[in-house]
Design a protein around this ligand. Structure first.
Ligand code: 13P
Ligand code: SF4
Length: 299
């Protein structure tokens, strides 16, 4: 039996369901029962009935699944797959930030720790951030932890937000010069950028979309060629879904090393050992769940 067959067999024996984020390695995406963006993964985690959820993504995503499914066992094949942006804001730092802005509402990007979610009024993803912040039309809003997604939301809504200075180390490596060079080489191509890109890269792009929105946009677009300004893992998914279209990765540096930590071997080991398990302390989980459920209700 090869590795893929072994994983499928064990998955069925264990009553497990495997999900993968759009940035996972191609072979991990290919064995997953569901591949999606952060919002889709949060929703599916809430809906599936299997006993074990193998979460091929980064730690905050598995934590979100654990918060939404206290009765289910959430496995993260590589427990070290963190998100450096999520780690740029701790619970005590957010508590101090809130104390500096009494009365302000806190909207936190799901790329954040459970402690940060627990101290927030509502979560958002890159796909629904503007829609969520718009709900707080008459309030001062603290947007954490991604300054670039925050500045994109502020631009979209034409209002000021108070931003935490976090950022994604992968997306800040995407520069307008590379986009311009690729556009010159492929004049018919549309540039799709993730809102975690800094403003200069966003301004050089045609459309700003979450990874899930990129998947839908490409499917519906009459264009044949695309420059993809986000983590390169998404291109596997796009190419698989659109065999007649061409995709150019924006930069050989747009790789998230944490997303690549989950491998087929680790998926198999986690199913065999039913570990590593991701858990969240009950009190924190109860508080964080309010902010996630508020997002799900509004999106
Ligand atoms: P999406 O919600 O667009 O999938 O993005 C998640 C992420 O981690 C981007 O860096
Ligand atoms: Fe975090 Fe950036 Fe990796 Fe997304 S791509 S998980 S934001 S480090």
């Amino acid at each position: 039996m090869n590795l893929v067959e072994e994983i499928r067999k064990l998955r069925d024996e264990r009553d497990a369901f495997i999900v993968a984020h759009n940035y996972q390695r191609p072979e991990v995406q290919d064995i997953a029962d569901f591949v999606g963006d952060s919002l889709e993964l949060a929703r599916i985690a809430n809906e599936i009935e299997a006993r074990y959820l193998v979460f091929c993504g980064v730690h905050f995503m598995a934590e979100t699944a654990a918060i939404l499914n206290p009765a289910k066992t959430i496995l993260l094949p590589d427990p070290l797959s963190g998100c450096p942006m999520a780690d740029m804001l701790t619970g005590p730092q957010l508590a101090e930030f809130k104390a500096q802005h009494p009365g302000a509402k806190v909207v936190c990007y799901v790329n954040s720790t459970a402690e940060v979610k627990a101290l927030s009024d509502c979560c958002c993803t890159s796909g629904n951030a503007a829609k969520i912040v718009a709900r707080y039309a008459d309030d001062e809003v603290l947007f954490v932890p991604d300054q670039h997604l925050g500045s994109y939301v502020a631009e979209t809504l034409g209002r000021e937000l108070i931003l935490w200075p976090g950022y994604c180390p992968t997306h800040v490596r995407i520069h307008p010069e590379e986009i311009a060079a690729l556009k010159a080489a492929h004049p018919g191509a549309l540039v799709l950028a993730h809102p975690e890109c800094p403003k200069a890269a966003r301004d050089a792009s045609d459309h700003i979309l979450s990874t899930g929105q990129m998947v839908n946009f490409v499917k519906d677009s009459p264009a044949r060629e695309f420059i993809i300004a986000t983590e390169e893992g998404l291109i596997h998914r796009l190419q698989k879904d659109n065999l007649d279209k061409r995709f150019h990765r924006v930069s050989s540096y747009a790789i998230c090393p944490n997303m690549k930590r989950n491998t087929l071997e680790k998926v198999l080991t986690s199913l065999r050992d039913l570990s590593p398990v991701v858990t969240v302390a009950e009190e924190v989980a109860n508080q964080a769940r309010r902010a996630i459920e508020q997002m799900l209700a509004w999106s």
